[in-house]
Each structure stands twice: as C-alpha cells, then as structure tokens.
Ligand binder design. Structure first.
Ligand code: MEV
Length: 312
C-alpha cells in the first residue's frame, strides 16, 4: 500500500510599508522573498508524533499529550486546532533556506503547515480566505500578536496589499529591486509591540496620528507602485522611516545602516523592515558601491518571488 507523504513550501517575507499601523486597522504592503520554508508530513500508524527541524531541533511526544514547548509554540497552536481530528501520529520535517532570522518565517511556517495538515486530515485545501483567517488565528494564539501580513505574502507570493481589519489581501503582480542588510540583532516582534503599547499609554493621541500617517504611506506607496513612480516610492520609504523613528523603534545602528543605503546613488529610499529595534533595513533599488561596504555588513541576497505557497 502506498504511504502518502504531504509536502508544501512557502516563502518568507519583508514588510515594505505599514509596520505597526497594520495592527491598528491600517493597510500594509508586504512582499514574498526567495527564501522558503519546506514542510514534509508522513502519517504514522501509532499515536506518536515527531518534529524534526534544522532550526527548532528534535521533539517527540504523543497526540494525547499536546503540552506546548516554547520553541515550537506555533506548531502546538496548530496541533491544538486539529486535535479533534487527529487519530494517528505523524513525522513532521521542517527545513528552510532562511538565515536564522525573522524574514516572516512564522507566516511561512504556518501557511506551509496548514497546507499539509489540511490536506492530510480533510483531503482538500481550504480557500485562501479561510486558510489565511486560520493562519492569523494560530499566529495570534502562539505569539499573542500578529497582523497576518507575513502569512498573506507567504500564501499569495509577490507584493501584497494587505489589510487585517476587515481582511483584504491581493497580489499586485509587480516586483521591485531591493537591497537588504541584516542588522545582526534579533528582537522579537512581540517585545517591540509591547514596548509600543507601553509608550502609547502616555502619548495616545500622538501615536494615533503616527499610525494614521503610516497608513497614508501605504496608500501613497500603492499609488506610486501602480504608476511605477519609483522615485516617489523611495521618498515614501523615507517618510515611513521617519515615522518609525517617531514611534521609537529606530536605533543608532539601524540608522547607520539606513544612511549607508541612502548615500548610494542606486538607492531611492531606505527604511527599517519589520517591527524595528533589530532585524533588517531595506533600500529601494540596487546598491552600487559594491566595494565600499559590502564586506563590512551582512547583506542578504533577497529578491521578490511571485511563487506563494507551493503544494506538492
Ligand atoms: C512585523 O514584521 C510587522 C508588525 O507590523 C507586526 C505585524 O504586522 O504583525 C510590527
């Protein structure tokens, strides 16, 4: 008898505009990148399950005991969702070609996992809107926060216009040249979001104006993309960066990396990508001063990919 194996892979992502404001009901632009997470699920005859991953390590238990472990919170939140349908165990393998940093890995992981579990347990894939709603629910259960913008990019691929409340997402079928530097500092999104919540309590009206302005950056970036006006888009990257600075998620180190990008003639604008206080900075365009600082910083060789979830 053939043993079914379920396989899926999904791309990571980078935020272009809309960070933090997307958690307050404003839109964001997010793009899928050419670094992917690969998931393989083999059903077992008994009730044991194993998780093997190059980044999370090895874990084994039984489906009657779904006590979460901290490094696999996302997987356990997903298992909790499917618990009533699980009659057999499974062997799950997760690998990725990500460097060991953010880049929307949670979104990519949850979208690939949902695809294989859904296919195994119900025999069919869910429509995009249901899959994404479920992904958002699982991310929020596991991490306590999450707009789902990264999951939308992992699902659809390309540059995605995204709104969480009410849920709206579309692939704009466009691409952009990006130059990306990793800051060397990983700060969890949850921590940064909590930091902003604390700051907001003292300056709520100012924060509301900042979120509104970040939302406006997305609207204007969307129009600039539609009219292919990359000069304006670069300026919007810079505006959004000033707003991130005002929120309090910029650092001297991130700013120095942004300055390196901005001083290059090939770059039209530069900003933090993601929650801030660490992770990556992105520039719009191709960095030209190859020799100058390519050796001194951790450049990430990233491109936008149009391939969203791929189910084998
Ligand atoms: C993090 O990559 C982007 C944030 O807007 C959080 C989120 O969208 O879930 C800060």
């Amino acid at each position: 008898m053939t043993q079914f194996i379920y396989k899926a892979n999904a791309p990571g992502s980078l935020m272009l505009t809309g960070e933090h404001a997307v958690l307050k009901g404003y839109p964001a632009l997010v793009c899928a990148i050419n670094k992917r997470i690969y998931v393989t699920l083999k059903p077992r005859k008994d009730t044991q399950f194993t998780i093997r991953s190059n980044q999370l390590g090895y874990f084994e238990s039984s489906i009657q005991n779904l006590e979460p472990i901290s490094q696999c919170k996302l997987i356990f939140a997903l298992l909790a969702h499917y618990q009533a349908y699980l009659t057999n165990g499974f062997d799950l393998e997760i690998s990725s070609d990500f460097p060991s940093i953010g880049l929307g890995s949670s979104g990519a992981l949850v979208i690939s996992l949902l695809s294989v579990f859904q296919h195994w347990l119900s025999g069919q894939l869910l429509p995009n809107i249901k899959l994404l709603s479920l992904a958002i629910h699982i991310i929020q259960q596991a991490q306590g926060t999450g707009s789902g913008a990264d999951a939308a990019a992992s699902l659809l691929g390309g540059i995605v216009y995204y709104n969480a409340q009410p849920l709206e997402f579309k692939n704009l079928n466009m691409t952009l040249p990006l130059s990306v530097i990793y800051s060397g500092i990983k700060k969890s999104t949850k921590e940064v979001v909590q930091y902003l919540k604390d700051r907001e309590t003292h300056h709520s009206s100012l924060f509301e104006l900042l979120y509104q302005s970040i939302g406006e950056c997305t609207h204007l970036a969307y129009s600039a993309l539609q009219s292919k006006d990359y000069k304006i888009l670069g300026e919007i990257f810079n505006f959004q960066q000033s707003l991130m600075d005002a929120l309090g998620v910029n650092t001297l180190h991130l700013q120095s990396l942004i300055n390196i990008l901005r001083e290059d003639p090939g770059i039209l604008g530069a900003k933090i990508s993601g929650a801030g206080m660490g992770d990556c900075v992105i520039g719009l365009g191709h960095f030209e001063k190859e020799k100058y600082s390519k050796a001194n910083h951790e450049w990430l060789d990233l491109e936008i990919t149009q391939q969203g979830i791929f189910y084998e």
